[in-house]
Design a binder for this molecule. Sequence first.
Ligand code: HEC
Length: 260
Amino acid sequence: MRNVLAWVFPVLLATSGSAISQPVSLSKQPPGANPSLQSVSEIEQTARLLAILLDSGRYVINENQELVDDPSKENKGFTPKVFEQQLMEMFRSRSGIDLQELNSARLSRNAKEMLATLVAVSKKVVAEAQPEINRKGVGFKGFIPAVFGSRVAGRFREATGVRLKQTALSPRNPSNAPDDFEKSVLQEFADPSYPREKLISQVTAKSKSLRLMFPLYTTRQCLTCHGEPKGELDKTGYPREGLRLGQNAGAISVVIPIQR
Ligand code: HEC
């Protein structure tokens, strides 16, 4: 396995759907997994599905924001189970994969295990947020897509070694600031002529990892915080970015370590 990537791809810039099939193996396996050979295209597919799953969770939180922030209700009924059902529905409509039938899905074993771990971690974050969500008499509680996403990403990294990050060119939270690779891709995404939903991935021998950037676009609900009027504070206390509906709002960055 040593040096496989060193001679294969000094630097490779590929886009979604590229057919690459050099064998490499993941350096950190999710709990219970046996090390197994993976092709780069399989790892790229795993990265893409992880980004869609994290983003689906963000959207479910976004869609339930009003409910979560309703000060007149104590028990919101937004339980981990309810969240999971909505998450699975959203993921299925976006990826075509039914997480309830994961075993029969045509995916690598590693992809299946990673996806199952990400669902479990996402549910756990919603479970732990129950006292926050059900706090009585409080309107805005700060449990928003980005906060959910960061908590999930932290736990997922602990469990798998895979990094998931929400990033943008002018981030609100400095810990979401892009590195050089992320910045150059975000600049491409920000170009209005950039094809919608086309993701960018890269494998470098030096970093021993596969990196993938998945673009995010604003929905109506995002605009209550990230929309117009630019500069005016939103309910979280940050100045609005002045984004418009459907505009690129940043990306989910995925880094999967690859063993050499
Ligand atoms: C309730 C207000 C609110 C809503 C709604 C909201 N965001 Fe955010 N967003 C924030 C805040 C606050 C942060 C910074 C969170 C932190 O401290 O990490 C953030 C962070 C982000 C980031 C990470 C980069 C950064 O600026 O730190 C991205 C990307 C992002 N939001 C996109 C979106 C998208 C896309 C939507 C809609 C699906 C959305 N947001 C909905 C308030 C909001």
